[in-house]
Design a protein around this ligand. Structure first.
Ligand code: DAT
Ligand code: MG
Length: 148
């Protein structure tokens, strides 16, 4: 089953939005297979956001994502990578539709509440950057038979 890496960013942790964000993915029918509250090192941040290292906002981005605890998660389910991106909304909260996480909770692009992997390759890369294999739970979720 497909897995994705999602992360509640420091702004949303500070604002007390972890529970609301987790609830959206639970209610959708996805299965949480790993989660931890952690502070990201500069090295991990630079690696995670490596594709943006030439961008003008890179140092602010690394500064922001390392500025306080994040809630890192792995979620599993059918088409979870693309569906989670849809549920997050556009990168800039001003363009994100109401009903999406960024549309409902964010105001500016540099504090946009949540990260989500954008492809199968990035999901695999990001999951292995943030979690060891033995931190991922394999379990049957009884409600799945009513979801699929
Ligand atoms: P996403 O997080 O939707 O995958 P991205 O990979 O293009 O978006 O950018 C990573 C993060 O960098 C994004 O969540 C917020 C920040 N960012 C993107 N564009 C920005 C900009 N123009 N100014 C400031 N921060 C930006
Ligand atoms: Mg991205």
């Amino acid at each position: 089953m497909e897995k994705t890496f999602l992360m509640v960013k420091p702004d949303a942790v500070q604002r007390g939005l972890i529970g609301k964000i987790v609830a959206r993915f639970e209610q959708k029918g996805f299965k949480l297979v790993a989660a931890k509250l952690m502070t990201i090192s500069e090295e991990l941040a630079s690696n995670h956001y490596g594709e943006h290292k030439e961008k003008p906002f890179f140092s602010d981005l690394v500064g922001f994502i390392t500025s306080g605890p994040v809630f890192a998660m792995v979620w599993e389910g059918e088409n979870v990578i693309a569906t989670a991106r849809q549920m997050m909304g556009k990168t800039n909260p001003q363009e994100a539709l109401p009903g999406t996480i960024r549309g409902d909770y964010g105001l500016i692009v540099s504090k946009n509440v949540i990260h989500g992997s954008d492809s199968l390759d990035s999901a695999e890369r990001e999951i292995s950057l943030f979690f060891n294999e033995d931190e991922l739970q394999e379990y049957l979720k009884d409600s799945n038979k009513w979801v699929y």
